[in-house]
Design a protein around this ligand. Structure first.
Ligand code: B12
Length: 438
């Protein structure tokens, strides 16, 4: 049977707490970044669409707010992708489809950690990398016999086999920021990490030629795109990183990615990044204090060992003209109420072009979630809608709940004020001048 398959992406960006939404998410720095990222399409679903046998008719949809959805897309199979914060909305839509007798499947990071929960709402739940199970799911849906949980049997997907995501399914006018994934996994094991490490224990990279093909396809559809790599830590392997950046540089693009602070150790890589049109690197510094960083990287305490180098590393990267978005996690167990001033002072000295502060968030599937649950510190277990990185759903260790909330908000106002933002941008320009001179 030829099926109509609707790929439905839950795509909102938000905080649950209305006060936070009003105050926090309206601050200048947040608004800019918020608007930009909210327009990213779902790479997972475009990838699965590419693996769908051609005889089926595929369509792609985004749902930012289920209250604004008048009609469910018409289909024989509804395939949902979601992260934790919106999973309950995805469950609600899946329930509505099932009530009409339409088959449903759901995948992604959240349901990978809690497949039994998801199975209450969908006929099929895909655990782990979708590429491994997708063709079987489609075949089973076709024959009307879906098998519940599809776990992939421990098979690691080889990114050399990655299909060309169906960017062509997107309405060209709605997008200009597109994502390309060049790697999965990470060699570090940060206790709170809820990214692709939940899908694969292996750090793996997509061959550079495949990345070039994907960018070529994007450029065919959008002549001047901005590319965000949907990576967790792009430059772990510096040799591969240099090759990748040289290749991206040939496209004359502006682009952005996420990586760790060790990128500053490779002078040649920084030179190539500067020449390649890389606009910004998002780097998880997590805390400016040794106490805050102590033990968060579970394997070798790697992040704790970097802290003394943070300032110099930012100057070095920015000296090459590449902006740093320095990310801090508020409420780490090792940090007390002094950390808010420590972050403000660090930022004032080091002048990262952008700064991001988010609240420690126990996402299901992470070691942090399990530890806080065991310690009885999760305030409302199962309140997935609070997994936004802005809402607080755990008892902090070395500060009160009020301190985390109020001082966090106060820090946001300080960091994202017009003056502070302008000061950081000036500092960035001075660092470029010094970098060029040295
Ligand atoms: C792009 C992006 C977005 C886009 C998403 C666009 C979209 N609709 O997909 C936007 C900007 C909208 C967004 C929003 C948010 N995001 Co975001 N985002 C990312 C980012 C940078 C890349 C994700 C990506 O494209 N990965 C590549 C794809 C291929 O991987 P994947 O989605 O995991 O899919 C694979 C499998 O999971 C599986 N799969 C996924 N879906 C499905 C569906 C089916 C049917 C099947 C079979 C398989 C399957 O197969 C895929 C291929 O193997 C990551 C960070 C990162 N570096 O990874 C954060 C990340 C995913 N986001 C995160 C968060 C917290 C949010 C927000 C809550 C932020 C906020 N306050 O609003 C919202 C939540 C939105 C929601 N729907 O719940 C967290 C999620 C943690 C978690 N476990 O839930 C991440 C990991 C960042 C972090 N700090 O930890 N985000």
């Amino acid at each position: 049977m030829n099926m109509k398959i609707a790929f439905i992406a839950m795509s909102g960006v938000r905080a649950h707490n209305p006060v936070l939404t009003e105050l926090g998410l309206n601050l200048p720095g947040f608004v800019e970044r918020g608007k930009a990222i909210a327009s990213l399409p779902s790479l997972s679903l475009l990838t699965l669409a590419a693996l769908t046998p051609e005889r089926h008719e595929v369509s792609y949809h985004e749902v930012a707010d289920i209250r604004e959805l008048d009609e469910l897309p018409d289909c024989d199979l509804a395939a949902f992708s979601t992260y934790t914060a919106q999973v309950k909305d995805a469950y609600e839509l899946a329930d509505r489809y099932r009530a009409r007798g339409v088959a449903t499947v759901i995948g992604g990071l959240h349901v990978t950690s809690l497949p039994e929960e998801a199975l209450k709402h969908a006929d099929a739940v895909v655990v782990g990398e979708g590429e491994v199970s997708w063709e079987r799911v489609v075949a089973d849906a076709e024959s009307g016999k879906m098998a519940g949980i599809y776990a992939g049997g421990g098979v690691e997907f080889d990114l050399a086999d990655a299909p060309m995501p169906r960017y062509d399914l997107l309405e060209p006018d709605r997008y200009n920021r597109l994502t390309v994934q060049t790697q999965r996994g990470c060699p570090w094991r940060c206790e709170f990490c809820a990214s692709s490490i939940l899908l694969t224990p292996v750090y793996k990279q997509k061959p550079v030629v495949r990345v070039a093909e994907e960018i070529t396809e994007i450029k065919r559809l959008w002549p001047e795109p901005f590319i965000e790599l949907a990576d967790d830590n792009t430059f772990v392997n510096k040799h591969h990183g240099r090759e990748l950046v040289e290749t991206i540089g040939q496209f004359g693009l502006h682009w952005f990615t996420e990586t760790d602070i060790s990128v500053a150790d490779d002078e040649r890589l920084l030179e190539l990044l500067a020449q390649s049109g890389c606009r910004e690197l998002l780097i998880g510094l997590e805390s400016p204090t040794a106490e805050g960083l102590e033990g968060i990287e579970l394997k070798r305490n790697w992040k704790r060992r970097q802290v003394d180098n943070y300032h110099a590393a930012i100057e070095k990267i920015q000296g090459h003209g590449i902006a740093v978005n320095a990310c801090f996690v508020l409420g780490l167990d090792g940090d007390g109420p002094g950390v808010f001033d420590a972050i403000a002072e660090f930022v004032e000295r080091a002048n990262p072009f952008d700064v991001q502060i988010t609240v420690l968030t126990p996402f299901p599937g992470t070691p942090l979630y399990q530890r806080l649950l065991d310690e009885g510190r999760i305030i409302e277990p199962g309140a997935w809608e609070k997994c936004t990185l802005f809402d607080i759903n755990y008892m902090p260790k070395n500060m009160t709940l009020e301190e985390l909330g109020m001082k966090g908000l106060d820090l946001a106002m300080r960091l994202y004020s017009k003056e502070a933002t302008a000061r950081r941008r000036r500092g960035f320009k001075e660092q470029i001048t010094l970098g060029v001179a040295s």
